[in-house]
Design a protein around this ligand. Structure first.
Ligand code: OSB
Ligand code: MG
Length: 379
């Protein structure tokens, strides 16, 4: 028996400011301002769906910016999705395949349909994905700081707070020395890894191989964002497992990277790969092949983190997630109450039906710098 779903009567997209407490410094540059894209659906019965497309303000991480993502959602992704007349996230994802790239835009739209479905069915996203884990181990991603001492201090502080892993951003001139200092300070048992955000070249291979002595869990995206073959070459020249982030923007990219041995560890950001459906497929590929998998972060608001947390309930996720809480990143979250890291270094997976968090519509409205309503079939 199929139960009739109530139709979507309102579909909106907003570009929302999410002021950072401090600039985030990485190999791709300084991220000082942050906007994000939110899709909001309401059906006739009053169920709500929320999705986030957390592209950055600049095109230095990946090509898409927050502004471009807003306009692709408004003009293409959301109209295509609504045009199907289906509320099934798989149909919604299929309807947007015509849109090349633009994973963040497609992910925002698809997530809104997933959470609308969970809200209608009165189940949590975790239950919808069938994940058994109710608490997700998390690590901290530490931006580049003015001095090595500052980074060491922050790593030590986060570990004392319970975080289960430290990730250091590196770039030429800020790599071997800072890694050595942090490894020395935290000891051999702590899970430590680095993220270069695509800032090195193969000419740096011998230098990067010096990181092998620090027993890192992985080195994330050392080379160019589209350089799978070069990463395979680098992996032949260093022992530390290479993890890819920027290079993995679809299910196919993950399969190709693993087939080429361009990475031995996967950072899965659901929004980067175009949504939850693609993420579920990638998680299954990694599980089948026994590849270490963890959920990356895009400094999303709690709206985006909700989907990430629910995905992390699946056993395919073997390693701690990048999931700094909103209290570390932003002046305030867009959900209230927000999530925090518990003293055991985990974040609880929301049990509440639908998105899992209550959205502060007043804050969303107050911070919206652009908004658009997309016509719905009924409404
Ligand atoms: O490379 O993992 C990255 C944030 C924005 C853009 C790229 C990256 C990051 C992080 C994630 O390091 C931090 C977080 O969301 O908690
Ligand atoms: Mg990264």
């Amino acid at each position: 028996m199929t139960v009739e779903r109530s139709p979507v009567v309102r579909a909106e997209v907003r570009l929302v400011a999410l002021p950072l407490l401090r600039p985030f410094v990485t190999g791709f540059g300084v991220t000082a301002s942050r906007h994000t894209v939110l899709v909001h659906l309401v059906d006739e019965a009053g169920n709500e769906g929320w999705g986030e497309g957390p592209a950055l303000d600049h095109p230095y991480y990946l090509p898409e910016t927050a502004e471009a993502t807003f306009s692709v959602v408004r003009d293409f992704a959301l109209p295509l999705a609504l045009g199907t007349g289906s509320l099934d996230p798989g149909d919604v994802a299929a309807s947007m395949l015509r849109v090349r790239g633009n994973g963040f835009a497609k992910a925002a739209v698809e997530a809104a349909f997933w959470t609308l479905g969970a809200s209608d069915a009165r189940v949590s996203l975790r239950e919808m994905f069938g994940g058994p884990r109710t608490a997700v181990p998390v690590g901290e991603s530490l931006g580049i700081t003015a001095t090595v001492e500052q980074t060491v201090d922050e790593a030590v502080r986060r570990l004392a707070e319970g975080y289960q892993r430290i990730k250091l951003k590196i770039q030429p001139g800020w790599d071997v020395d800072v890694v050595a200092a942090v490894r020395q300070a935290v000891g051999d048992e702590v899970m430590l890894q680095v993220d270069a955000n695509a800032v090195y070249t193969l000419d740096d291979a011998d230098h990067l191989a010096r990181l092998d002595e620090f027993e890192l869990a992985c080195i994330e995206q050392p080379l160019g964002w589209d350089q799978l073959l070069e990463h395979a070459e680098l992996q032949r020249r260093m022992r530390t497992p290479i993890c890819l982030d920027e290079s993995l923007r679809s299910v196919e990219h993950v399969r190709h990277a693993l087939d080429l041995d361009a990475c031995r560890n996967v950072n899965l950001k659901p929004a980067r790969v175009g949504g939850i459906s693609a993420s579920l497929q990638i998680a299954e590929i990694c599980r089948q092949r026994g590849v270490p998998l963890w959920c990356g972060g895009m400094m999303e608001s709690g709206i985006g983190r909700a989907g990430n947390l629910a995905l992390c309930s699946l056993p395919a996720f073997t390693d701690p997630a990048d999931m700094s809480p909103a209290s570390v990143l932003f002046e305030s979250d867009l959900v209230d109450p927000t999530y925090e890291v518990d003293p055991d270094g985990t974040i609880a997976v929301p049990a509440q039906p639908g998105l899992g968090f209550d959205v502060r519509l007043d804050r969303v409205e107050a911070r919206a710098v652009q908004r658009a309503a997309v016509p719905t079939p009924v409404g």
